[in-house]
Design a binder for this molecule. Sequence first.
Ligand SMILES: Nc1ncnc2c1ncn2[C@@H]1O[C@H](COP(=O)(O)OP(=O)(O)O)[C@@H](O)[C@H]1O
Ligand SMILES: [Mg+2]
Length: 295
Amino acid sequence: MKEHTHDHGPLAGAEEIVRISCIRHTYEDGTSVHLCGLDFLAHTGARIAVLGPNGAGKTTMLFHILGLLRSQEGEVKVFGVSPADEWPSIRRRIGVVLQNVDEQLLAPTVIDDVAFSPRQYGLSEPEALERAHRALGLLGIEQLADRVPHGLSGGEKRKVALAGALVMDPELLVLDEPFEGLDPTSRTALLGLMGTLATERGMTIVMSTHDIDSVPEFADYAYVLAPGGRIALSGTPEELFASADVLAEGNIEPPILAELFARLKERDASAPSPALSVTQAVEALTAWKGCPEPR
Ligand SMILES: Nc1ncnc2c1ncn2[C@@H]1O[C@H](COP(=O)(O)OP(=O)(O)O)[C@@H](O)[C@H]1O
Ligand SMILES: [Mg+2]
């Protein structure tokens, strides 16, 4: 587990895009979420996962990044400003997919929904449509352009919302449980797209998820929220998933590969340390068992 430092996180030294320091939000019914403990940091081009059980405070944290909630204490900075106070000055740089996508799909057709922001920002009609079609293409859903959002499946809605989030080429993408409702093929495609956006366009991506197996594939750094919102742990996926103690402390189920390697180690101390991708696992197990190289 990391000490409370100000230089942790991936790409430390790159521009700081998001910082959250010890904030609190108390909902009307008195439920208090205290996002304190470690500072949350996201630097340019980082892919950050936010983990934690239901109700820990992941959505509350993302809402603070989006200026939808105002902290009663502590500090939230996005692109160097307070999002709750100065949202208009930063909103064009930020793309969002909410956990409840129905809240953000409001236009009569998919293409109108995706073209909403470019029209809003005063782009010409041909340019707005061009951008919207390009965003649909990025998600592989051009065929949905004239559909009514309300009638789409959960996974399709999520892709439309993502197209809308990407249409203005944001620098920061905030995704709340983006894999919910996606079939395995769409999930894999989304993981690939997120990787491309981060590596080729330098997009910073902050994602909350329950999909633990996606974390080693997606994230270069992860934060774990404990119930009540405490930012309890942070580290690279390798750091977080290598230790059963850390997993227990964060109350997170290990990725299935990490569990496989832990069980092998129980049986045979010479077993290799956990691999987090199938490719790494094949290499580690092949070397361990002295299997011949593949032809
Ligand atoms: N609108 C709300 N009114 C009252 N309590 C809320 C509201 N939204 C969230 N909460 C509470 O705040 C805590 C954190 O919720 P949330 O941020 O949605 O967690 P997560 O996204 O990790 O599941 C939970 O205890 C939840 O019940
Ligand atoms: Mg949530």
